[in-house]
Design a binder for this molecule. Structure first.
Ligand code: ARG
Length: 443
């Protein structure tokens, strides 16, 4: 964690003691900016300084995206940030955001594990924290006006602290890519030759890949889009096995070994990815109405959710599962659409939490050339009972009970069929359309 110097903190304290209006007139705004180190947010620093006479404080979260955080910090100071904060939020991200997503089997439109969506409210929360520490008047982020991320950050910030202004320079400045490059050059912002034609966002729960050739949904993604997942056709010829142990809905052990929350996700990402597991190619409905082709690499998310769903089927009742599936759909929608702060999300979490008390057990998965399949499961809370389901001797299920059960189960259907036949004017018992044929007639 890069912590600001004592001297700077004292300055921030003095700064905070002055009223916002006085501050603005005399000094301009102080803005806490979510800084990734990339071109957009680097341009944001300069633009905020220029347009708002802002003192910019930058905040970079480590959500497991594997960026060089030291370099990002240096860059922020180079561009004139008053202070820079690097926050290792990996543990908090997993336990506070990924765990609820696992318990909710969170998949937007049945496919997207919400990796980017889950990171945004945490970024917003940390921005607000830093803004308060620094006596900032506003927070800023580099989201465009076309995506979901702007909604997620704006809504969360404004729910947490309505006194903070939210500035989204990219949404405001309306520059084309070329104009932005020229602006960067004029401002002396060092431009790294872009390594990728794609727009990428990553954290421990997944990697989102957009734009470039992916904007043509009829075309298969090129191999260069992928970094986490080995192409299934190049994955090993021998399958991999993974034993995942869950404790009350969350994975705690892999192959019998306890790992910390962050390591566990990293391990499954690595193993799944090496077997070609985790690629998602999805036509997605964005909140702002745009349909977009999204490609993801989410090996751990897909593997863990698959295992978790399977374990739930072993320990929860049919009614619980059925109801939970509609709760899950709603949960995924709220998270996707930026409403992490919506009270309904917390209410749904309470229901989900109740069900998870029994979701403890072990799941065995087989990973092979892009495919992940559960091949075994066990739990002390299993509702599966061999003595009930076995076709061999030792069954305790009395089959004679089935007769009475069927009698009542089908009662209304049988009565309704009779009534329908009467209404149609058919004599009871007549089977329309059948004709009896003798062997001679057929000859
Ligand atoms: N479509 C995904 C979502 O809305 C991914 C967004 C990726 N964001 C980004 N800034 N590259 O969650």
């Amino acid at each position: 964690m890069v912590t600001p110097s004592q001297e700077k903190l004292t300055l921030a304290k003095i700064y905070k003691s002055v009223s916002p209006l006085t501050r603005f007139i005399t000094l301009g705004l102080t803005v806490a900016l979510a800084y990734s180190g990339g071109l957009d947010t680097s341009v944001c620093i300069k633009w905020l300084q220029e347009k708002y006479r802002a003192d910019v404080v930058t905040v970079t979260l480590d959500l497991g995206q594997k960026d060089n955080l030291r370099e990002i910090g240096k860059r922020a100071y180079l561009l004139g940030a008053r202070n820079h904060y690097a926050v290792d939020a990996r543990h908090e991200f997993v336990t506070g955001y990924v765990y609820p997503a696992i318990k909710a089997n969170g998949l937007y439109e049945g496919k997207y594990p919400l990796s980017t969506a889950l990171g945004r409210p945490l970024i917003a929360e940390k921005l607000v924290e830093v803004a308060r520490k620094e006596g900032a008047d506003a927070v800023a982020h580099g989201c465009t006006g076309k995506g979901n991320d702007q909604v997620r950050i704006d809504v969360t910030v404004r729910s947490l602290d309505p006194s903070l202004k939210v500035i989204a320079p990219v949404r405001e400045w309306n520059m084309t890519r070329d104009e932005e490059m020229t602006y960067a050059q004029n401002q002396g912002i060092p431009i790294k030759p872009s390594k990728s034609i794609y727009s990428v966002d990553q954290n421990l729960w997944g990697r989102s890949i957009e734009s470039g050739p992916l904007e043509h949904p009829d075309q298969e993604p090129l191999p260069d889009a992928f970094e986490w997942v080995t192409l299934p056709e190049e994955a090993p010829d021998t399958p991999g096995y993974l034993d995942l142990e869950f404790l009350e809905g969350v994975p705690t052990k892999v192959n019998g070994q306890e790992l910390n929350p962050v390591e566990l996700i990293q391990f499954v990402n690595q193993l799944g990815g090496s077997h070609g597991v985790g690629i998602i190619d999805h036509m997605e409905d964005r909140l702002v109405g745009i349909k977009s082709r999204e490609v993801y690499e989410c090996p751990a998310a897909l593997t863990i959710i698959e295992a978790h769903k399977d374990l739930e089927k072993l320990v929860l009742t049919r009614n619980e599962l059925e109801f939970k599936s509609s709760v899950e759909r709603e949960w995924a929608w709220l998270v996707y659409s930026g409403l992490w702060m919506e009270p309904l999300r917390a209410a749904l979490d309470s229901f989900i939490e109740t069900t998870q008390k029994r979701v403890t057990g072990k799941v065995r998965l087989k990973l092979y050339k892009g495919n992940v399949r559960v091949v075994g499961r066990s739990s002390k809370n299993a509702l599966y009972k061999l003595e009930l389901s076995t076709y061999n001797k030792g069954s305790t299920f009395d089959q004679r009970n089935a007769v009475g059960f069927i009698e009542l189960w089908g009662l209304q259907a049988r009565v309704a069929a009779k009534v329908a036949a009467k209404v149609a004017g058919m004599s009871e018992g007549r089977t329309a359309g059948y004709q009896r044929e003798t062997p001679e007639e057929i000859q």
